[in-house]
Design a binder for this molecule. Sequence first.
Ligand code: NDP
Length: 298
Amino acid sequence: MNSLKLIDGKAAAAGVLRQVKADIARHGIHPALAVILVGDDPASHVYVRNKVLRAEEAGIRSLEYRLPTDIPQADVLALIARLNADPSVNGILLQLPLPAHIEEALALQAIAPSKDVDGFHSENVGGLSQGRDVLTPCTPSGCMHLLQATLGDLSGKHAVVIGRSNIVGKPMAALLLQAHCSVTVLHSRSVNARELCRQADIVVAAVGRPQMLDASWLKPGCVVIDVGINRIEAGGRSRLVGDVDFDSALAVASAITPVPGGVGPMTIAFLMKNTLTAALQQANTPRSLSEAPCLSTC
Ligand code: NDP
């Protein structure tokens, strides 16, 4: 019989948030996270509301900046500059996607690396690939936490990451490499993707295609982390599914994250952890090992 394990991202995220809250109390600090939302994308409003709620729960003050869709790029950059210079603000999050007239790379690059709690600034991206102690993107950090909680030491495992975006696929591959995995990154131009994936001990799917991976993509006993969040219409109702066909994958995987309730809650929990890390670094407080940002061992 298959010894399937459901990887409970909600419970793991609650544990991370509890630890963040305890560390905030222990250090007697009051971290603040500025969240900038440009425009009226409904999904972004939901994400921001969730982030603000989790921040409050963790003891982090959130400052919301809701800007109109047609705000000039210069005004967004001016706000970021003001928040960079404000010592009472520890983290800055620019909710994506941005309206087309605002250059995403330019805006993300305007955030001070020390307050870049999403880990998207080129200084943090470069630091991650060099294995330095930097702020690391939240979704891949959350995935690493789940993988290490499930498998322990990842050293020597063959990991396949499907997707090579700057926010998920590439930093995920960098973190797995740091944890001493052998890493294969697949993308839309990959040849024989299914066969390559079937060799993996660990599969991280970050594609954005509903239920693309079924059991035929998976090696028996592999661990599956499903990052995808896709809305589908089925049986007259709308629901969220991942990039993995969950029911089919259940038959072969040894452990798998559900959608929803897997990676999503971890992303928000690691945003709070990064905000705490940023606040401590800015206060120049020495950190204990248990608080170090998630690179290869959290
Ligand atoms: P992107 O669209 O930026 O990247 C998708 C990647 O998938 C690209 O690298 C693309 O390849 C690759 N791809 C597309 N089609 C195929 C295919 N047929 N075979 C193999 N690779 C393919 O998406 P994101 O990385 O931003 O997000 C991926 C998914 O994760 C989405 O569903 C998103 O909603 C979800 N997500 C979830 C988060 C969470 O907290 N749970 C956080 C962030 C994202 P190429 O580069 O060649 O185009």
